[in-house]
Write a protein of this length. Sequence first.
Length: 255
Amino acid sequence: MKDEQSKNRPDLVRRALSLSALGVMGVGTLALAGCGGSDDEDTAQLRFANATPDRLTFRYNGQRATDVDGYGGVSNFGEIDTGGTNVAIRTLNGSADLASSSVNAAKDSFLSALAYGTLASPRVRFFEENSSQPGSGDTRIRFFHANSTNAPLNVYLTSLSGPLNTPTFQLAGYEALSDFATISGGNSNVYRIRITPQDSTTTVLFDSGASSPGVTFSGRSVITLVVAPSNSGSFLNLMVLPEQAGGGRIDNVLF
C-alpha cells in the first residue's frame, strides 16, 4: 500500500481542525511492499480512521499498514490494488485480530475503513467515497453514531448564537447513519455544531463553540461526520471524513 497525498483540500472544513497526520504513527508506515499497483494497473485509495478510545494497529490484506491514535485519528490515503480488500484491527502491536471487514475495491474508488466501538466489542466499517459533487456553493453532510455508550442523539447546525430548536439530524442510536442533507457551503455560511441527547437540549455533549470563526464547509464537498467518544467523560469528539480529501477532528470547546 503506497502512501499518497489525497486530493487534499485542507479548507474543506475550517475551525480548529486536527489534521490527519496528527493521528498517525507516521506516513512511512503506510507503505506496504507489493500492495499497491504500478501506474498502469487498476488501483484504488484507502485510508484508516479510529473512533475507538485506543490506539490501534490497522492491517490491510494480512499485512500491517499503520497505527492510528484513538479518539478520532485519521490516516492519509494510500494506493491499493482493486478487488478484494480486507481491513483488520489489532491492539497496538498485538498478534490477534480484534475485528475485520472486507469490501471489493473498484478501480479509482476511495474508501475509508473506520474502527469504532470498544476493545471488548470492536467494529470495522467501510465508507465508499464516490458520491457525485453537489451544486456550486452547496455541501452535502451526514452523521454516523460511533459512540457505543450514548443513546439516541440530536445534532444541531445553527448560527453561532442560534437556539437549539429543531435538530438538523437525529441519530436513533449506536451505529445509526443519517441520510445526506444539503447545506450552504462557503466562507459566508458559518455554523455552530452541537450534539445533545434526544431527550434534552440542556445537556450538551459536543459544542464547536460560539466564537468566530465558527465552522465553515467548502462548497461542492461531501462529508461524513463521525460522532466518537472522547477522553473527557461523556463529552464527544467529532471526526470529519471529507470524501477524497484529508480528514481530522473538530474541537469540542466543552473540554
